[in-house]
Write a protein that binds this ligand. Structure first.
Ligand SMILES: [Zn+2]
Length: 99
């Protein structure tokens, strides 16, 4: 199953960078953005992705079908569903439910 782990800013000492789009933040800034639900970084297959890039990877993976995936956060696991053709309002993402 597709699985990704939320990177907790409190565990982050070094600058964090999305390996797909390259967006990067200092740990202090990531913490602020994370707390304001502006950006979340995930670890997936030993790479780091921002939530937007992870969502793209998920969509490619799902190929227009419904897909269940797993999100790990603070030692807990959450099952999430990707609904194809579902549009999101500004500031929303398939991960909004996590917070
Ligand atoms: Zn990215």
């Amino acid at each position: 199953m597709f699985c990704a782990e939320v990177i907790n800013p409190d565990d982050r000492k070094r600058r964090i960078k999305c390996s797909s789009c390259g967006i990067s933040y200092a740990p202090r800034d990531y913490k602020i953005l994370y707390e304001n639900k502006k950006i979340v970084y995930f670890k997936h297959k030993n790479r780091i992705y921002c939530h937007e890039c992870l969502y793209k990877i998920l969509s490619d993976h799902a190929q227009g079908k419904k897909m269940t995936f797993m999100i790990k956060m603070d030692g807990y696991k959450f099952k999430c569903k990707l609904e194809p053709n579902k549009s999101f309002d500004e500031g929303e993402s398939p991960f909004t439910d996590l917070f």
